[in-house]
Design a protein around this ligand. Structure first.
Ligand SMILES: C[S@@+](CC[C@H](N)C(=O)[O-])C[C@H]1O[C@@H](n2cnc3c(N)ncnc32)[C@H](O)[C@@H]1O
Length: 356
């Protein structure tokens, strides 16, 4: 799976691209209008666009630095690339870009966009608000420029720029984006939600959520007619979010403040059919093996709770079985069904006075 995004993100969802393409194929969804309300690095959106699963992608992020970065990629591609080429990746430059970031509410969009990229590529785990690779004294094993491969970054940005006419960019709160953009995507719409983690997500990126905010979002998402997928850290299950949805638990290792094997969960909208091998109540492969630092990073998923018996498997037979059952029910005469709560009719005259 190639890297298409120039941004690094803790817990980035690039490895779920095969999972999403599998769902699209299973549901015969082609040329989708794909939306990511919490785009961050937009890893999945870009893969779907550049591999022609999506005809248009709608990427949204409330964070001004993240929005500014994508704005520069789409509207000032050449300037951004020449800035990358010319800038020396040193601690002095890091301090300069950090100052632009501190001023993020009023900095010019292009300056802020470059600062966001610079800090994302020079900070540990890509945390824009975090500490620099190698430390301020640069005594660590890796230096500030370790993840700033200029030719590769420029190549990715130019490629995205060439697809610019099929990318719509927004800076909205995800709830408003859901009500105004996603709700109106139409028949070919598809949405992928990757909200900030409920637990341990506070320092990674913009995260103003309380559990009530997550709950409010879930009510709005559940109303959508377009198919959707929502991913969370596993605590979403403990908090009872999306109680009526089918869900897949999966392991995704991510590097932020050390290595973790995060157990995550993916909720799936009811109007999506799931691949048969997902329904077998045993682990299934969600991503192709990726060789990374000589370790194979593989994601396995497992359907939870909804352990279907063979007769529950989705498909045309399920429809036929339902119609058969309905016909049997309709054959039963109405008079044969007792009405449990009906008041008995009084045959005699009501007594006029109470006794005792
Ligand atoms: C978990 S990250 C998304 C990572 C992305 N899926 C990837 O693979 O790169 C969450 C993103 O949501 C953004 N965000 C946080 N709160 C938001 C909100 N209320 N509305 C929209 N975006 C928000 C953050 O700025 C952050 O970029």
């Amino acid at each position: 799976m190639p890297y298409y995004t120039p941004l690094r993100y803790p817990g980035g969802k690039r490895r779920l691209v095969p999972t999403v393409t599998r769902l699209l194929e299973e549901n015969k969804l082609k040329d989708v209008h794909y939306a990511e309300p919490y785009a961050g690095g937009a890893a999945i959106a870009l893969a779907l666009l550049l591999e022609e699963y999506a005809s248009v992608i709608h990427i949204n992020d409330l964070s001004r630095p993240v929005f500014a970065f994508w704005h520069s990629v789409l509207n000032n591609t050449t300037d951004l690339c020449s800035r990358i080429e010319k800038t020396k990746v040193t601690m002095r430059e890091w301090q300069r870009q950090r100052a632009v970031y501190e001023n993020r509410d009023s900095a010019a969009l292009d300056d802020l966009g470059f600062a966001a990229l610079f800090l994302n590529r020079t900070n540990r785990s890509g945390i824009i608000d975090g500490g620099v690779i190698g430390g301020k004294e640069q005594t660590g094993e890796w230096g500030v420029d370790a993840r700033f491969g200029k030719p590769e970054l420029i190549q990715r940005i130019r490629k995205i720029g060439r697809f610019g006419s099929r990318i719509r960019l927004y800076q909205m709160d995800a709830l408003d984006f859901t009500k105004t953009v996603i709700a109106n995507l139409g028949k070919s719409g598809f949405a992928f939600y990757d909200p900030p983690y409920i637990e341990n997500g506070q320092d990674l990126y913009l995260n103003n959520y309380t559990i009530d905010g997550h709950r409010e979002l879930s009510h709005e998402v559940a109303k959508l007619e377009v198919p959707w997928v929502v991913t969370y850290d596993y605590s979403a299950v403990r908090h009872g979010l999306y109680p009526r949805c089918r869900r897949v638990a999966y392991g995704l290792s991510y590097a932020a403040n050390g290595r973790h094997e995060g157990k995550e969960v993916m909720f799936v909208s009811r109007n999506l059919s799931l691949p048969k091998d997902w329904l077998r109540s045993e682990p299934f492969l969600m991503s192709a093996p990726v060789v990374r630092s000589s370790k194979k990073a593989v994601v396995y998923g497992m359907m939870e709770r909804m352990r279907p018996r063979p007769e529950m498997i989705e498909g045309p037979q399920a429809g036929e079985r339902f119609i058969g059952a309905l016909k049997t029910v309709l054959k039963v005469p109405k008079s044969a069904v007792p009405v449990p709560f009906k008041k008995p009719t009084l045959k005699g005259k009501r007594p006029t006075t109470r006794k005792g």
